[in-house]
Write a protein that binds this ligand. Sequence first.
Ligand SMILES: C[S@@+](CC[C@H](N)C(=O)[O-])C[C@H]1O[C@@H](n2cnc3c(N)ncnc32)[C@H](O)[C@@H]1O
Length: 278
Amino acid sequence: MEWKISVTHRRGSQLASLLPEVTTDGILLLVRKGVQGEGGKATGGHAWEGHRERVRRMFAAIAPRYDLLNHLLSLNVDRFWRRFTVRQLRPHLSSKAPVLDLCCGTGDLALELAQQADVIGVDFCRPMLRIGQAKIARRRARVLLVEGDALQLPFPDGVFSVVTIAFGLRNLESPERGLREIYRVLRPGGVVAVLEFSQPLLPIFRHVFRFYFRNLLPRIGNWISGVPGPYDYLRDSVQAFLNQRELARLMEAVGFTTVRYINLTGGIAALHLGEKTP
Ligand SMILES: C[S@@+](CC[C@H](N)C(=O)[O-])C[C@H]1O[C@@H](n2cnc3c(N)ncnc32)[C@H](O)[C@@H]1O
């Protein structure tokens, strides 16, 4: 395995200049051997590449409308959830250590985090990253975007103090492997924050939410994005995903300690936090 960069002791404005692989669009292509970069051929031959490619193509197709739909379909509550996540992490954020934001997409959580720390955002969908890159450039934010796979991170063990993943874990071919990879790159004592859709708590609220998620959301999403499919996938993947307790148990099984979760908007989403044993 070749590690191309060391992520320790990097200051935001210097990040890009220290990394010669930064491409003209400002995104660093950093994939581990056997993992496919944009437009390249997959070389690993793993069964999970089918899932990976489907998810990547889907996000590429909706990338131009992703932010608009996020804010519209959640009535802007998604912004609050990301800000809340950053507030919870504040005691762990420092300008001296970069935060790793996985499945960063168009960079909304990374941009929130960047007000407190340098951020490295990783996603395997370049069209999403390109939109993120434009936002980052406009705000001159301290975020470096990396095209890479959350299941095979191009970083050595134990280098990050904080790793975040917002609405990404559910999309991984194996959430458990995703958590194991996060555990690997965290320093002992480091913190993970998983923001994800979850199960609304109150039965009435659950019914209303289910009706919205099953019937309205896919129609609006597919109509505005102009792409049939991705918002059916959103509905199905949220329904199939772990509830609050199951995700907490999975995190513990992977090795995280002091795992806890905070329900957001009645449990529509939940923020799970955990630590790597010091
Ligand atoms: C629902 S979006 C979330 C984006 C962002 N975190 C947010 O809060 O809006 C999920 C993102 O996960 C990315 N993704 C899914 N599987 C991935 C993987 N294996 N490696 C890297 N990124 C992945 C997709 O490309 C997409 O941008």
